[in-house]
Design a protein around this ligand. Structure first.
Ligand code: ASP
Length: 350
C-alpha cells in the first residue's frame, strides 16, 4: 500500500515536472536578436581590441533584452533595453556616435512596432534626443500619430518629460573624420564633373567601400507570444539636410505582426524604402507560408542584390526562429533563444 502510494506520488512528481518543463521550454519560447549595422567590416580594419569591444557591447545589449524576456517581460520593453545599450555606446551609429550630416549636424531616426496591437511610433530628424527609440515608443503610446519629425518631435518630447541634450552629446572623432573624408571624395568627383560618382558618394555605395555603419535594431518574441521590432540610427554619413532613411519608415526598416514576424533592417535606406524590405519579408511568411529563413534570404540575397541594395536584417517568427541574412561583408549581430547562450557574430562564420 505504502509502496503504491509512493509510486503514485513519484509518478505524479515526474509528470508535473515534465509538463512544467514542456511549458517552460516548448509552450512559452522566447527569443531576441539584435544588430549593430551591416557594411564593409573587414577583418583587416578591425583590431583585436576593437573587435572585442564590439563583441562585449553586443553581448551586453542582447543580455539586457534577454533578461526582460526571461522574467516574463514584454517584447517591447526587451527591444528598448537592448537598443538603449547600443544607443549609449559610441561604437554604433545611433545616439552617441551617430554619423554627421553633410552640414556637420546629427539627425537621428528611429521607429518601433508592437506586433500585438499593430501600433507603431517613429521619429525622424531629431537632434537633441539621447535615446530616439524611447521617443518613438512615446509617439506610439502617447500620441495619436505614427511619425513625428524634427522640431515637432522634440516639442512633443518635452511634453512627455524627455530632457533635450546638446548636439555635442553625439559627437565622436571617428565619425567626424569619416565626414571629412566623405566630403573630400564628393568634392573630387564633383570637380571632375563626374556627377554620377558624386551622387554615389552621397549615398551608401561610396560609404560601403570604406566604412562600417552601425544602425542598431532589435526584434523579440516574449513569453506571451508578442512580437516587437525597433530600429535607431544616425542615418548615412554626409546625408543632406532633412534626408530621412528607412529606419523610421514602418514596413521598410521596421515591422512586427503577431503570428507572422518581426524585422529590423540596416543598409542603404533608399533601397530598403523602395523595396519595402521589412514588410516584404513578413508578407512572404504570411501569404506564402515561407519560413523566416527563406523569406529573409530571398529579399536580402536575391531581390536586393539584383536591385543593387546593400545591407541586412534581423528577423524572428512566431516560434522564436531567427534569421540574420546580410549581403555585405559583415553585420554586427547577436541572438539568444530561451534557455540558450547568446551568440555574437560579426562576419559570416563567426
Ligand atoms: N538604413 C540606415 C539609413 O539609410 C543606415 C544604416 O542602416 O546604416 O539611414
Amino acid at each position: 500500500m505504502i509502496n503504491k502510494t509512493r509510486i503514485t506520488g513519484l509518478l505524479f512528481a515526474i509528470l508535473t515536472s515534465y509538463s512544467s518543463h514542456l511549458w517552460a521550454n516548448d509552450e512559452k519560447p522566447f527569443s531576441i536578436a539584435i544588430h549593430g549595422g551591416a557594411g564593409t567590416i573587414s577583418k583587416a580594419n578591425l583590431s583585436d581590441e576593437q573587435e572585442q569591444a564590439y563583441r562585449d557591447k553586443l553581448s551586453q545589449a542582447i543580455n539586457a533584452g534577454y533578461k526582460v524576456l526571461e522574467k516574463g517581460g514584454d517584447s517591447l520593453v526587451a527591444i528598448q533595453a537592448a537598443i538603449n545599450v547600443m544607443e549609449n555606446s559610441p561604437l554604433f551609429n545611433a545616439g552617441v556616435g551617430a554619423v554627421y550630416t553633410f552640414d556637420g549636424q546629427h539627425e537621428m531616426d528611429a521607429s518601433i512596432m508592437d506586433g500585438q496591437t499593430m501600433n507603431a511610433g517613429a521619429v525622424a530628424g531629431v537632434k537633441h534626443i539621447k535615446n530616439p527609440i524611447n521617443l518613438a515608443e512615446a509617439v506610439m503610446t502617447k500620441s495619436p500619430h505614427v511619425m513625428l519629425s524634427g522640431a515637432g518631435a522634440e516639442e512633443f518630447a518635452l511634453t512627455q518629460g524627455f530632457q533635450l541634450v546638446p548636439v555635442t552629446h553625439f559627437d565622436t572623432e571617428k565619425r567626424y573624420e569619416q565626414l571629412i573624408d566623405a566630403k573630400k571624395k564628393i568634392k573630387t568627383a564633383e570637380a571632375a564633373k563626374d556627377y554620377q560618382a558624386a551622387n554615389h558618394m552621397m549615398g551608401r555605395d561610396y560609404l560601403d567601400l570604406d566604412y562600417k555603419f552601425g544602425t542598431v535594431g532589435a526584434v523579440a518574441l516574449d513569453q506571451n507570444g508578442n512580437l516587437a521590432a525597433g530600429t535607431s540610427t544616425g542615418g548615412m554619413t554626409a546625408k543632406r539636410f532633412g534626408r530621412i532613411g528607412d529606419s523610421p519608415v514602418i514596413g521598410a526598416g521596421t515591422y512586427a505582426e503577431n503570428g507572422v514576424c518581426a524585422v529590423s533592417a540596416t543598409g542603404h535606406g533608399e533601397y530598403f524604402i523602395r523595396y519595402h524590405v521589412a514588410g516584404d519579408i513578413c508578407a512572404k511568411v504570411k501569404y506564402q507560408q515561407k519560413s523566416i529563413i527563406q523569406a529573409a534570404d530571398e529579399v536580402i540575397n536575391q531581390r536586393l542584390i539584383t536591385a543593387g541594395g546593400t545591407g541586412g536584417v534581423i528577423a524572428i517568427d512566431q516560434r522564436g526562429n531567427i534569421a540574420t541574412p546580410f549581403n555585405t561583408e559583415g553585420m554586427y549581430r547577436a541572438t539568444r533563444k530561451s534557455g540558450e547562450e547568446a551568440q555574437v557574430m560579426i562576419w559570416r562564420d563567426k
